[in-house]
Structure formats: structure tokens, C-alpha cells
Write a protein that binds this ligand. Sequence first.
Ligand SMILES: NC(=O)c1ccc[n+]([C@@H]2O[C@H](COP(=O)([O-])OP(=O)(O)OC[C@H]3O[C@@H](n4cnc5c(N)ncnc54)[C@H](OP(=O)(O)O)[C@@H]3O)[C@@H](O)[C@H]2O)c1
Length: 253
Amino acid sequence: MKIIIVTGASSGLGRGFAEALGTRETIDEVWVIARRADRLEELKNTIKTKVVPISLDLSVNECIEKYKNLLADKNPEVVALVNAAGFGRFGEFENITLSDQMGMIDLNVASLTAVTYLTIPYLTEGAEVYQLGSFSAFLPLPYVGVYAATKAYVLSFSRSLAVELRHRKIRVMAVCPKWVRTEFFDRAAEQPDVVTYYDRFYTVDQVVKRALRDMKRGKDVSTCGIHARTEARLLKLLPAKLAMKIWCRQQKK
Ligand SMILES: NC(=O)c1ccc[n+]([C@@H]2O[C@H](COP(=O)([O-])OP(=O)(O)OC[C@H]3O[C@@H](n4cnc5c(N)ncnc54)[C@H](OP(=O)(O)O)[C@@H]3O)[C@@H](O)[C@H]2O)c1
């Protein structure tokens, strides 16, 4: 049984990836994972291939165990994995609750690592792994500090894994978009007066299309938009202190 697995599929980018990859005719099932079961059920209306909703809180160890057991039980051939479950909180470090700070690390770093680790034995030759990083992975970002650090982890981890899995012809790519208008901001921007300047927004469709195209081209990092890619290149040349100064000035900090 050939399947695609998408975490964070109940909204935003995960949903976009599930709908785009779900059009592939060679697959039997799309496993969609998130906490909100009703939202996962809705995907049956937009994806022709059989959708299997799996309601799991990936920040909880028992749910990771359930995921492991599900794979062992069904023994699927995984042709694509998308790790899109994640969240961010913006604000002064000391004013974000410890539970949210640790929650970002648990979900964006620990659960992404666990899901990737547990899925690797089931990945077929030629499989695709999309890891949702972020543009914030490219620089230290005051007022988005822990979130950006979790995404720097995703970028670093995914690029090294891409090298390790090359011999099995498995492609791993970090997807690092700038701002995308999704439910992400309902939680991220709860303190509305801290991060106030967003230079431009991309759509889910643009980010997903670019990622699929970059995967075909064998890239290990995908950044949607010419402006964003140019900025990412500039950031490699700029001292981090200067880059942070510019960001803080944009945020009037
Ligand atoms: N939006 C942006 O500007 C942006 C930019 C760059 C990167 N990203 C990254 O892209 C990814 C997707 O974000 P998005 O913008 O699509 O946000 P979103 O619309 O809020 O989607 C987040 C997804 O993660 C799931 N999720 C959250 N906590 C979970 C948990 N504990 N267990 C299982 N699933 C959980 C949510 O589903 P449930 O609530 O149903 O569990 C939802 O499906 C994230 O990793 C984010 O960091 C976003």
C-alpha cells in the first residue's frame, strides 16, 4: 500500500500539501494527522484518493507511540512525508509562558524529529520528505527567538538528513517560506504590539507549488518568492548583528 503522510493537515500549509500531493494517481491513501478530527474529516471532500484521518497530539509521547504502532501494524510504503505540524509565539521572551516556549520545542523540534525517525524505515526509494522550516531559520530573530531557533534546527537537521538518505534516493527538503496567511497568526500574534511589520505575505498555494517544483529539481531548501530568495542570499553575507538591527528597526524596537 503506497501512502502519503501529512502532519498539521487540518489547516494552512499542511492542508495545502495534503490536497496537492493527494492528486497523485499512484497512491492508495493519504494519512492526515492533527488534533482536530473534524477538520481532517473535511479533507475527504477535497481529496479524491482515500483519506485516513488520524487525530493525534504530536507533542504528547503516547501519541508518538500510537503513530509508531500504526506504522508497524499497516506496514505501508511511504512515498511522501510532510511534517507541517508546528506553531509559533511572538513576543518578548520573558512574556511568553514557559509552557508555550517549551511547547514550540516539543512540537517543532522533538515531534518532527520523532515522526521523521519513525517513518524513515517505511520510506520507499524516490520518496519525498518536506520539513516545514521557515524563513526565520536563516537568522536569529529577537521577539521571535525560540520559534526561529526551532526552525533553524529544522533547516540544519533536514539538510544533513538529505545527505544521509541520498543513497536510498530519498529526497529531504526544508521548506522555508516567509509569511503565509494561515491560522498560524491566531496563536503567533497574540501580543499584537510586538511584531507589527510583515513585509509581504505569500499564499499557501504559492508556497506548496514552489516546494513541489523545488523537490523535483533536487533542492534541499525551498523558499517561495524572488524577494525572499534574494533576501536569504543577502543574509548569508550580512553580519547577524546588523541583520537583527534591521529587523528590530522594522519592528520599531
Ligand atoms: N504561516 C506562516 O507564516 C509560516 C511561515 C513559515 C513557516 N510556517 C510553518 O509552517 C507549518 C504550518 O503552519 P501554518 O502556517 O499552516 O499554520 P496553521 O494553519 O496554524 O497549521 C498548523 C497545523 O499544525 C497542527 N498542530 C498544531 N499543534 C499540533 C499538535 N500538538 N499535534 C498535532 N498537530 C498540531 C494544527 O492542527 P490542530 O490544531 O488541528 O492540531 C494545524 O494543522 C508550521 O510548522 C509553521 O511553523 C508557517
